[in-house]
Design a protein around this ligand. Structure first.
Ligand code: ARG
Ligand code: ZN
Ligand code: CA
Length: 315
């Protein structure tokens, strides 16, 4: 909001050119759409609990989270049906798949789930570097997701390191050793279906990671982090709103800043049950970041995506 309209126009034109270029490219390649694969490693930082208990969450909980993430980004979430009719025109889907890493940095097979005893019960966002130093894979090739007993947030994210004209990414942390997402273990995964993981009831549908991955790909909160309609998320098809929306009453219509609020957006602060939409232009912004930001574009060609070479079995 402190940048001029001229910057804004130039940035939007640049964005449109990029998108048109990409569309032309994918036509040449005779591809229907761009399909992105992202190699993920989950670092489960526990306190010595037996596997499957406390912060040492079971693999199944991680897998339930991966399913939610993949469904939400592709708009294959079952509750897409709850998106209000006035927003259906702008509902977007991103052709991206998050896959557990198949080989580690040494070329050895991995499940993409790493477990480390961090030797303590509680973590705070101020422990960022200590936490991440316990277990880290090169962020050029792996999307690092740390899961621990995080006390002060449900999750938090390091924004992309990006030097192009997209606005709103001014305060960047360029540290590769801390790049990625942290989620508290009681908001990681989903209790949909028959699942019975230990999750905070209001955050038991895996939307914390969906929200954080939105940030990881450069999205800003839908109210633009400034109240009274002064904020901006630099996305044209998300209506501006005067503040964060909290809570789980998703049936009531809310208005502010001269329009109906899209509090169903993953980049708001409502309970998981209310969330069901990214917009077309949020997806465009995420694709631009994914194709241009440092430690985002390199993920697309990571060795972590392919099976490791077979090793000799000499006994
Ligand atoms: N960083 C936000 C927080 O810690 C995440 C909000 C996620 N919201 C949700 N419904 N899961 O508060
Ligand atoms: Zn956020
Ligand atoms: Ca907007």
């Amino acid at each position: 909001h402190n940048q001029s309209n001229i910057d804004r126009k130039a940035a939007e034109q640049w964005l449109r050119d990029k998108i048109n270029q990409r569309k032309a490219q994918s036509k040449n390649l005779r591809r229907q759409s761009t399909s992105y694969k992202i190699p993920v490693v989950f670092h489960i930082i526990h306190n010595g609990e037996p596997l499957g208990t406390g912060a040492n969450i079971p693999d199944a909980q991680v897998l339930s989270q991966l399913d939610v993430l993949n469904a939400d980004f592709k708009r294959l979430n079952a509750d897409a049906a709850n998106t209000p009719v006035e927003f259906l025109d702008v509902a977007g889907s991103m052709d991206v798949e998050f896959v557990l890493a198949k080989q580690d940095e040494a070329g050895l097979p991995t499940t993409g789930i790493v477990r480390v005893d961090g030797g303590r019960q509680e973590w705070f966002s101020s422990d960022n570097e200590t936490l991440k130093a316990l277990s880290y894979w090169p962020a050029e090739n792996y999307f690092n997701i740390w899961v621990c007993n995080l006390i002060d947030y449900l999750g938090y994210t390091q924004f992309p390191f990006y030097t192009g004209p997209l606005q709103g990414l001014n305060e960047q942390n360029t540290n590769r050793q801390t790049d990625g997402v942290v989620v508290t273990h009681t908001a990681l995964g989903s209790n949909d279906g028959d699942n019975n993981f230990v999750l905070k009831p209001r955050f038991s549908k895996g939307r914390t990671l969906t929200h954080e991955v939105g940030h990881f790909f450069g999205l800003i909160h839908i109210w633009g982090d400034e109240d009274e309609c002064l904020g901006n998320d630099f996305v044209d098809d998300t209506p501006n709103q005067d503040k964060a929306t909290a809570g789980g009453n998703c049936s009531q219509v809310r208005t502010s800043c001269g329009g109906i609020n899209m509090f169903q957006n993953y980049m708001d602060y409502t309970d998981d049950v209310c969330m069901n939409i990214f917009t077309v232009k949020q997806v465009e912004r995420m694709e631009i970041i994914l194709e241009n930001a440092i430690r985002r574009v390199s993920l697309l060609n990571s060795p972590g995506l392919i099976d490791p070479a077979p090793v000799d079995n000499d006994l």
